[in-house]
Design a protein around this ligand. Structure first.
Ligand SMILES: [Zn+2]
Length: 464
């Protein structure tokens, strides 16, 4: 059996790991690299290590685009096998991949306008909504804990990774040369006590472990602190008669915030209107509502009491552009949650332009912001910042909250790993993290007596 590391090696996006087990060729995840088009278009477009048509299965850990977003391109280039994932990820991919197809089309349109002016030839989108639609036919969702047999020698079982709704730890049991091997891929490992979803589920010690290490060298604020920080932000906004503008990813962060505000309003008997201004968020929230079986105890209680967690009097989901623009005329305290999370595109831009120069308002940064994005600039306290090409002075109060991070930090990784038998664990592969972060994570794991740790490079292969 052979494993070749193709994506998310020494970096945090583009997850893709290639397995050859006897006559079966399998991909663990098929994600997109995020970043500047000129740096990543070719890397995303081509599959230099295999022919898409020869892949039998893709096993998806979850529906984040850096883990599933290159599937439509894989299908466009000849993949006809099955895409195995949890039933929830199956539902989520139907929204996320179509949206990604739309973004790819828009991106190509934008580039082609520039190319036309310069007399350059047009570019093709990486894939289209049509390609995305084709790929959805190959999705095959299975419930957590139900074993799926690829053949009599390879079994797969999903466990809850506690990272995002539907996220899975993939346990593969493989019979090879008379031996039984357990290869476990953690995907993105979540954290205990995150809102809505269950805590990461413990699994038996594998022989080989592939783990992410996004925050293997860092520590987050505990999730339990989120509510207090939000209450303080709310009180301050009310005192100043200001608005709270929250750039947030449509998948995950938005639903967490909506539920947290719901809880705060119920507990403290005060409220202000919340506008969730993202059509994608509304679609994803519907999928959340459909999968109450994945909720933690606290969120399940809402459902049992006949109280929908994401629908309440103060919450309004905004669909049309006109309604979105009409929020510019609001002159009273309100919360506006909108995408994109890193403030690069989308409706959040006009909310920022409209509110960032008013000192009564608060900009609440709740997620990861890649270097050079507008979200990063605002969170680092830069002023002025450019929005739609114009300069804006940042007079609004900026609050940065990292307690909602969906990735385990160093302490949480070590706690999780402490359930493993170090003598049984034969090798650990560290992926999905910046190189410096992974090197530090490796050092910490070695200090804790974990052996045989490897940080693979793109294209590195190992015989297991
Ligand atoms: Zn993820």
């Amino acid at each position: 059996m052979l494993i070749k590391f193709i994506g998310a090696t020494k970096t945090v996006t583009g997850s893709m790991h290639y397995l050859i087990i006897k006559d079966k060729k399998i991909l663990l995840d098929c994600g997109l690299y995020h970043g500047k088009r000129k740096d990543y278009y070719e890397i995303n477009a081509n599959f230099p290590y295999f022919q898409p048509a020869e892949i039998d299965y893709v096993i998806l850990s979850h529906a984040h685009i850096d883990h599933c977003g290159n599937i439509p391109n894989l299908v466009k280039r000849g993949f006809e096998g099955k895409i195995i994932c949890t039933s929830v990820t199956d539902d989520l991919c139907r929204v996320m991949l179509l949206d990604s197809g739309y973004i790819q089309e828009k991106d190509a349109e934008y580039v082609n306008k520039k190319h036309f002016k310069k007399g350059l030839p047009p570019v093709e989108p990486l894939y289209t909504q049509k390609d995305a639609e084709e790929s959805l036919k190959l999705l095959y969702g299975i419930p957590y804990h139900k074993t799926f047999e690829i053949d009599e020698k390879i079994e797969i079982t999903f466990y809850d990774a506690g990272h995002i709704l539907g996220s899975a730890i993939t346990q593969m049991k493989i019979k090879t040369n008379g031996k039984n091997l357990n290869l476990t891929y953690l995907g993105d490992l979540g954290r205990p006590k995150l809102p809505i979803i269950k805590d990461p589920e413990l699994v038996e010690t594998p022989d080989y472990l592939i783990t992410e290490g996004t925050y293997g060298a860092r520590f987050h604020q505990p999730p339990q602190e989120v509510k207090n920080i939000l209450i303080e932000v709310l009180f301050n906004a009310l005192k100043r008669n200001g608005k709270i503008i929250i750039p947030a990813f449509s998948f995950g962060r938005t639903q967490q915030l909506v539920l947290l505000f719901h809880e705060i309003f119920d507990e403290y008997f005060f409220s202000i209107p919340i506008f969730i201004d993202s059509p994608l968020s509304a679609k994803i929230t519907e999928i959340y509502s459909k999968h109450a079986e994945c909720f933690d105890e606290e969120t399940s209680r809402y459902v049992q009491n006949g109280n929908p967690p994401f629908k309440f009097a103060q919450a309004t989901y905004i669909e049309s552009v006109e309604e979105s623009k009409s929020l510019n005329d609001l002159n009273e305290p309100a919360i506006i949650i909108s995408a994109s999370g890193m403030c690069e595109t989308g409706r959040i831009l006009h909310h920022l332009a409209n509110n960032i120069e008013d000192s009564r308002n608060t900009i609440l940064i709740v997620g990861y912001n890649a270097p050079h994005t507008l979200g990063r600039k605002i969170s680092e306290g830069q002023s002025p910042v450019k929005i739609f090409g114009d300069e804006y002075k940042v007079k609004a109060k900026v609050v940065v909250l990292d307690a909602l991070s969906a990735h385990a930090d160093q302490k949480e990784f070590l706690n999780y790993f402490s359930n493993f038998d170090k003598n049984k664990l034969r090798k650990i592969f560290l992926v999905h993290g910046d190189e410096s972060e992974l090197i530090e994570f490796e050092r910490v794991l070695e200090r804790e007596n974990y052996k045989n740790i490897s940080i693979p490079d793109k294209g590195d292969e190992f015989h297991l």
